[in-house]
Design a binder for this molecule. Structure first.
Ligand SMILES: Cc1cc2nc3c(=O)[nH]c(=O)nc-3n(C[C@H](O)[C@H](O)[C@H](O)COP(=O)(O)OP(=O)(O)OC[C@H]3O[C@@H](n4cnc5c(N)ncnc54)[C@H](O)[C@@H]3O)c2cc1C
Length: 426
């Protein structure tokens, strides 16, 4: 029995634990810096909605019962409604199903399912217990318990699934075991929650579509329906163009939305504006590494190895897919990590690097390309059966409506990606 220590009980760390334990020859210990989600009040923990498509859902489906359990806590979406400043929205339907689920709910379901199935001899999960260092020579993770005391956990294999600000990655990078680039993208965001149904019940926004609006100068609103008749989402804007900067009262925030985003006017209340005003502005970091393993014993997965912009809606999908691909490597090399780890890096790195490129350059930033983007997603798509050569799918469509590997999507969409990159550089 090999002992695997996983740092981070996010979606990826928890799904990997499912995969490893189902192989029957692993004992797993998970350490997580946040509070136990079963005990903590959900509203007190940072969260946001995640859209899971086929790549992430396929990875989840391999574990019996998980998809059904997740679907109970999420909402199936049929596509996107894009709202202009005034008037009717444009509707983009998706052929493939998308499950909208809150990030913390996703982790909670994965955790509960895990604890139901495996005994303490095979699985332990410790919350409020951050990893503060690792020592690859002695095969130890150094952890800090609730009362501030440090202790070590010995491992046969170690997994860094500790997200975009990964401690495991930082230690490996400081030792020059791995090369990483970290950047902040030119967008920041604030979380927003509004009811889906107007207080007087005269207006009801669709419960099976994502609602989006572009307000110019890089400001965008994305809202995803939740099972409890709420819309959860984000207001995204450039760091030097916060549309709420001069709104010093809750009333001023509400007035901004009422004046600029017609569709939200009937549902947004003063208390929603007050909550939004209190939300911090969050920065978004991206990560690119030159490998996803170190030596024979250490694996990096998910955002720890390859965080991308949330605009592309693939960070979690790609991260869950990491787990499925790694399990295939374990199958191929009969659980010999010394062979499975390098094979995983070779197989996965080109896809996660391609995703990074797609994430940076799929969305246009110039007005003319934005018009072309919306035209091709709506009218162009309808004309495609008659003019297939003139109306090639955009990379975003291939991401959302196919299961092609990211590197193949990049190959097919390279023309568009190059144009967006050039428009940004000029
Ligand atoms: C606003 C927003 C919207 C998004 N929308 C989408 C979407 O629609 N679709 C999509 O696919 N992706 C989306 N993403 C990306 C997605 O959230 C991430 O890709 C995904 O959560 C990665 O999972 P993870 O388990 O690798 O990392 P995380 O979810 O970050 O989990 C890492 C865990 O490790 C813990 N941890 C960190 N450091 C330590 C430590 N030192 N010791 C112990 N534990 C530690 C953290 O507390 C955390 O629980 C979005 C991201 C944002 C910010």
């Amino acid at each position: 029995m090999q002992k695997v220590v996983i740092i981070g009980a996010g979606p990826v760390g928890l799904l990997l634990a499912h995969y490893l334990l189902s192989r029957r020859n692993y004992q797993v210990e998970i350490y997580e810096s946040r509070l136990d989600p079963r005990l903590a009040e959900q509203s007190s923990q940072r969260t946001f909605p995640i859209a899971l498509q086929s790549r992430g859902l396929n990875a989840i489906e391999q574990i019996f019962g998980l998809k059904v359990a997740l679907a109970k806590k999420g909402v199936w979406s049929q596509g996107v409604l894009i709202y202009p400043k005034q008037g009717k929205p444009r509707q983009i339907n998706r052929k493939m199903p998308t499950l909208l689920i809150d990030r913390n709910q996703l982790s909670l379901v994965l955790l509960e399912h895990l604890l139901e199935q495996y005994s303490q001899e095979l699985l332990t999960v410790k919350f409020d217990c951050p990893c503060v260092d690792i020592n690859p020579e002695t095969q130890e993770a150094i952890l800090e318990s609730k009362n501030g005391e440090r202790f070590t956990a010995k491992y046969d294999r170690l997994v860094g699934a500790d997200g975009v600000r990964s401690l495991v990655r930082e230690v490996l990078s400081a030792r020059a075991d791995i090369q990483c680039q970290k950047n902040f993208i030119p967008d920041v965001y604030k979380s927003l929650h509004v009811p889906r149904i107007a207080p007087d019940k005269t207006v009801e926004l669709a419960g099976n579509y994502v609602h989006t609006s572009t307000l110019g100068k890089g400001i965008r609103l994305v809202l995803a329906p939740q099972p409890d008749d709420w819309l959860h989402g984000t207001l995204i804007f450039p760091p030097d163009n916060n549309p709420l900067e001069n709104c010093t009262t809750d009333e001023a925030v509400l007035a901004y939305f009422q004046d600029n985003i017609a569709f939200i006017k009937p549902v947004m209340r003063l208390e929603d504006a007050a909550m939004l005003r209190q939300q911090p502005v969050s920065k978004i970091m991206t990560v690119k590494c030159d490998r996803m393993h170190v030596g024979d014993r250490i694996l990096l997965v998910g955002d720890a190895a390859h965080a991308v912009s949330p605009s592309i809606g693939q960070g979690c999908n790609a991260s869950l897919q990491d787990v499925q691909v790694f399990a295939q490597c374990l199958d191929r090399y009969e659980d010999k990590w010394e062979e499975a780890l390098p094979a995983f890096t070779v197989e996965r790195l080109s896809d996660v690097h391609a995703l990074r490129e797609l994430s940076d350059y799929s969305f246009p930033r110039s007005k003319s390309m934005m018009l072309e983007f919306v035209f091709r997603l709506t009218v162009g798509k309808k004309l495609r059966p008659w003019f297939p050569l003139l109306t090639n799918p955009l990379p975003m469509e291939l991401i959302m409506e196919s299961e092609l590997p990211y590197s193949e999507v990049l190959k097919r969409g390279q023309g568009w990606i190059n144009r967006v990159r050039e428009s940004i550089q000029n």
